[in-house]
Design a protein. Structure first.
Length: 496
């Protein structure tokens, strides 16, 4: 009987891929920005033809979300995001200040290890590939086991056309035998330079242990605050649309609603009119028991529609139900509804005023530590500014759906499928990750002053003026006179 040790096989494969990528990146580093852009365009063109098929494949393999929404995310990357990449200079001379005689040179970091989530395997894989090659880096993927077939299909499509356009072999690769040991070997290998982890939280500690810089686009517990000056109808519509998009699996999606007390009744009525269902305490217990096991969410509950969740938990809801809500007063580690739920379920809080709401939002953000995304619906610019200054969060969105606003579809944030969560130390950036996060910048400065002139300036600063000399002497004389006066008083006292 032949026994195959997949761990050893995966480790060996990881070493080969890392060493090949290291050598191929040396060639890639010599490519001009124009040549890299040509390869990027060809990859985007080739995979764009398959976005519908890949959306179906992704949905069938993972059983997460909605096909039509996955297709929209795929199109967003191949269309809008790609347009934003055009014209960006990432390698070579990326800026020049002739007046101050300075230049910035973009230099690739080297070999990137990429981890993608099963929730958005197609769009995230495409995006990571485009921005890595755009910035002159090699990239190796460790596919998520639940979405391995989909991720490798995406990469095979892009790899074939990229290599036909001159991409050095080994610059775009993936593990065939996927194990944790093999992935850890990739992350810790001397040839790899940076780890880009989107939503794979169980490998985050291993990524840190590697000693490499980590870009982490992780989970969050993002609240949406509806302040009393908000357009209530639009705010509720945005939140419902956002939380039901792809059945709530996008990390930037709202996890809770915090409502300003004076408008609580109007917000509640608007939610009901938009298909929200407020669960009873008994129903909320049933859902939590169904959704969580040993404190962790069950994978079969992620990305599932609200009606289906209710049915599986053992209670019925109206046919038009869009999201399930549970009312809470406090944030508690022991409350399952204080945790992230990647599905159309929201926790509902009412606070007396915006200051109490501010504190509640901070509690919610810190409860998950990552500080991913916060939304505020308000027309009071002062409140918006104060929220922006105080919140421990990577991005704050104003009057927009969190899901599409966070990735840059309904905002002017950089369009990205990897949203950094660096505000609380999880990763090196809180940016919407772009090719500029995958380079370092070499600074060039021309000489504009000579050594003798600098030395002359220093001497001039050190040379004391006659006026300051006299002031110093006057101070010394004054101090001596004061001391002499005190001594005379002491002597007179002793004589008496």
């Amino acid at each position: 009987m032949t026994i195959v040790d997949n761990d050893l096989l995966s480790i060996q494969e990881a070493r080969i891929l890392a060493e090949n990528a290291f050598e191929s990146q040396k060639k890639l580093a010599t490519f001009s920005q124009e040549k890299l852009d040509e390869i990027v365009e060809s990859m985007a063109d080739s995979v764009e033809k398959h976005i519908q098929t890949l959306a179906v494949m992704s949905n069938e393999e993972t059983d997460y979300g909605k096909q039509q929404d996955k297709c929209l995310k795929n199109q967003f990357v191949c269309g809008y995001a790609r347009k934003q990449l055009r014209g960006m200079r990432c390698v070579g001379i990326i800026s020049e200040d002739k007046q101050n005689k300075m230049m910035d040179i973009g230099v690739p970091v080297g070999v990137i290890v990429a981890l993608c989530p099963a929730t958005s395997p197609v769009s995230t894989t495409i995006y990571k590939t485009l921005i890595s090659i755009k910035s002159g880096n090699s990239i190796i993927f460790s596919p998520h086991p639940r979405a391995k077939n989909t991720i490798t299909k995406v990469l095979d499509i892009m790899k074939e056309v990229a290599e036909s356009k001159g991409l050095p072999e080994g610059s775009l690769a993936y593990l065939n035998t996927v194990t944790k040991s093999g992935t850890c070997e990739l992350m810790g290998h001397y040839a790899t330079s940076l780890i880009m982890n989107t939503g794979v939280s169980n490998l985050l500690k291993a990524a840190y242990k590697s000693g490499k810089p980590v870009i982490y686009g992780g989970t969050g517990n993002g609240p949406a605050f509806i302040e009393r000056t908000a357009d209530i109808k639009q705010a509720v519509k945005d939140i419902i649309n956002s939380k039901t998009f792809d059945n709530g699996i996008v990390p930037s999606a709202e996890q809770s609603i915090v409502v300003d007390g004076p408008i609580a009744d109007k917000v509640r009525q608007e939610l009901l009119e938009n298909g929200a269902y407020f669960m009873s305490e008994n129903e909320s217990v049933k859902l939590a028991s169904h959704f969580f096991s040993d404190g962790k969410s069950k994978s079969e509950c992620v990305g599932v529609a609200a009606i289906t969740l209710a049915q599986r938990a053992g209670f019925s809801v109206p046919e038009n139900t869009s999201v399930l809500l549970v009312e809470r007063k406090y944030v508690s580690e022991n409350d399952p509804y204080s945790k992230e739920m990647l599905c159309p379920v929201l926790t509902y809080y009412v606070e007396d005023d915006w200051m109490d709401a501010c504190e509640k939002c901070i509690e919610l953000l810190l409860s998950k530590r990552n500080g991913h995304t916060l939304v505020i619906h308000s027309n009071d610019q002062e409140v918006i500014r104060l929220f922006a200054l105080k919140k421990p969060v990577g991005r704050m969105l104003v009057n927009t759906p969190a899901t599409l606003g966070g990735i840059g579809a309904t905002t002017n944030l950089f369009p990205s499928m990897t949203l950094g969560s660096g505000s609380a130390g999880d990763g090196i950036t809180s940016d919407n990750v772009s090719p500029m996060n995958l380079i370092y910048i070499r600074k060039i400065g021309y000489g504009v002053r000579n050594f003798d002139s600098i030395r002359g300036e220093i001497k001039e600063k050190k040379k004391p003026s006659l006026e300051s000399k006299f002031q110093k002497e006057d101070e010394n004389i004054g101090n001596i006179q004061t001391i002499q006066s005190i001594l005379n008083e002491v002597i007179q006292a002793m004589d008496k």
